[in-house]
Design a protein around this ligand. Structure first.
Ligand code: C5P
Length: 218
């Protein structure tokens, strides 16, 4: 697979409060190990770690120091990428199937930028002064996941543009969109959720048991 997988893993996992998520264990492996296992055929894997963190031994990846924000960490990874396509994947999403990776890659090859999304199952509202405010039309809204795929040159241009304009974003597709380039949507996966809160770990342990028992799911 002629793609560079970029894994921003330099966050401190503040909301979870258990240290950097990359080294959190679920089902006997670290989240970083789970994330790497999602890309068994990647020709290049680059991981950004928190500054001062010594890289784990024996993993099929190159490590570099992350930045102060996710965006800065991805920008550093992007500088080091040597292949024409990149997949950017948050270390906090351990359960990514092979079919999700293939969907994102196919759409990226065809359209230059692609992200997995999910419909929003709940009613969505604005909280207005702590009270039930206006209802947002959930049919038009989507939850955005990773891995996100891009032509490497396009994502580099988007990051350079964002730096120049002072744009900061929580994912990479936003930067590509800010540059005026369309981002294709592919079907995401509910199991590819982001481990954010302590109760997510309970779910993750259960999923890890299911996935460890059926490697073909990957
Ligand atoms: O904080 P959030 O959940 O949005 O982080 C998303 C991803 O970005 C995580 O994988 C985290 O490790 C990474 N990150 C990073 N460098 C930072 C902050 C977050 O690589 N400075």
């Amino acid at each position: 697979m002629e793609v560079s997988v970029l894994i921003p893993a330099a966050g401190n996992g503040e909301r979870l409060g258990l240290g950097p998520k990359a080294f959190l264990r679920v089902g006997g492996r670290t989240l970083l190990e789970w994330a790497l296992a999602a890309f068994p055929e990647a020709a290049e894997v680059l991981v950004a770690l928190p500054p001062g963190q010594s890289p784990p031994q024996g993993l099929r990846a190159a490590f570099l120091e992350g930045g102060r924000t996710r965006q800065e960490s991805v920008a550093r990874l992007l500088e080091a990428a040597s292949l024409p396509l990149v997949l950017v994947h948050d270390v906090a999403r351990p359960f990514v199937s092979q079919s999700l990776v293939e969907r994102v890659l196919r759409a990226t090859q065809a359209q230059g930028a692609a992200v997995p999304v999910l419909p929003v199952p709940d009613t969505l509202i604005r909280s207005e002064g702590g009270a039930y405010g206006s209802v947002l039309p959930r049919e038009a809204l989507r939850l955005v996941q990773t891995p996100q795929g891009f032509f490497t040159a396009l994502l580099r241009e988007a990051h350079a543009y964002a730096r120049k304009r002072g744009i900061s974003a929580t994912d990479d597709a936003q930067l590509v969109q800010a540059l005026g380039y369309p981002v294709a949507l592919v079907e995401g996966e509910r199991t590819a959720f982001k481990i954010t809160y302590p109760e997510d770990l309970v779910l993750a342990e259960a999923l890890a048991r299911a996935w460890n028992g059926s490697p073909q799911a990957r």
